[in-house]
Design a protein around this ligand. Sequence first.
Ligand code: FDA
Length: 506
Amino acid sequence: YAASDPTYQSLLQCLSQSIPSQNASAILFSNNNPSYASVLQAYIRNARFNTSETPKPTIIITPTEESHVSAAVTCSQKVGFQIKVRSGGHDYEGLSYVFGEPFFILDMFNLRSISIDISDESAWVQSGATLGELYYNIWESSNVHGFPGGVCPTVGVGGHLSGAGYGTLMRKYGVSSDHIMDARIVDVNGKILDRNGMGEDLFWAIRGGGAASFGVVLAYKVKLVRVSETVTVFRVDRLLADDANATDVAYKWQSVAATTDNNLFMRMLLQPATRNRRRTVRVSIRGLYLGDASGVVALLNNDFPEMGLTRENCTEMRWIDSVLWWTNIDVGTPPSVLLDRNVNDADFLKRKSDYVQTPIHREGLESLWQKMTELGNVGLACNAYGGRMDQLSATDTPFPHRTGNLYKIQYSVNWDEPGNEADMNYTSQARELHEFMTQFVSNNPRRAYFNYRDIDIGTTETWSYEQGKVYGESYFTGNYERLVDVKTAVDPKNFFRNEQSIPPRT
Ligand code: FDA
């Protein structure tokens, strides 16, 4: 970037008033810096937003200290640029690093320290840390503690915890944001606030409402949870083409998975497959049980005999090894692999979500198999709710999907051919399946999971209350109103905004 470029110069000059100018230039990557492309691409997890047409930031700001974040917030406003805050970059629609107006990225990857206090069963974790780093640090301190967060270790703490965050401990302990005890946030005036300073309304909003509408989260203090020394994982696969019973398994899973023992989490994957060159569907059930193999075999032989779980399907291991197992890393790999930030390569992908509140009947499942084989590329990951999720109220945090939901569906399609034609083909398959599922899923509002960002639900151009309500009610149901109130109080001029942010009342 030319040293004479007025935007770069104004930003540098402003930052230098609070940071020594040498440090300020060291944290800025303008778009003619030789490292600009690699810094930008390091945390892009969806190839759809890594093309020559993708709008790029004018400058990437990479703070190494909390005070740099404050300075970046005030100086970006002074030079008239928007900022997109990026922690792990896993936003499915790229909203942390793409925007339609001139913008900077505030990239948090350097702010990734984690301190564990086992005597207090808590941890402070900076938002640029990954979930894998958090799990690894907990394990280094204790083999009977864990944290109820997501399955993919490279997901960033900043986006994940502020948008709820769930994984295999959800039925026992709820979602990640249920375990936030304190936070440090930079507000629109550049002030650093903790829980006391920000007050309970803002503290409520950033535990599931998405922090991007309200400020920049520097760090969260979280409560750790207890896990047993030995846990059991299992996987059972049924191919519809080989086994007529597969539909019964899928049917029964829907009611058992949400009502069985809280120590058991079961995910059901429904995936298009081929058998003898004919399209079919694979029903796979993967589970984590906080206990030993004989316990889960006895439990499921009683609750779910149709699945036919045997001791041979099960593997006992430490909780930290189950974290690797869930993300398809070979058992026996040292847990330090969780510190690797480059494990997943970025495919082209599209995700959508739904909530199921009454089991889909057998004929409904048959019609789903038919639709899936017709389309050919879209899979469903069904994640069981119930347990702890039934004990929390819909208004405790902005994340409202508690009692009454049997499971959440994630629709998923990945592809590796670049170009608009492929994009249109695969994304329209996901939309078509989502449309087909309308008859089976929640309605009024049709619910969606905020961390499974999906811009098809609606976007805003004017940041009006009405436009925001469309996606706001899908993600947050009645909590949308309180989120709008918080936004109005903390950022009335709407500096912190994106295509699906919470608007202030005007
Ligand atoms: P990213 O940096 O893209 O941020 C996401 C949003 O949060 C953006 O709007 C961003 O501006 C904002 N933001 C980020 N940091 C912020 C900060 N410090 N302050 C304020 N705003 C901030 N989810 C889940 O619940 N369970 C799971 O198992 C998985 N698994 C999974 C696997 C893979 C491969 C992907 C790509 C995604 C998931 N997810 C998931 C979804 C994930 O939880 C969601 O995308 C999170 O928002 C990602 O957080 P990042 O910090 O990585 O995203």
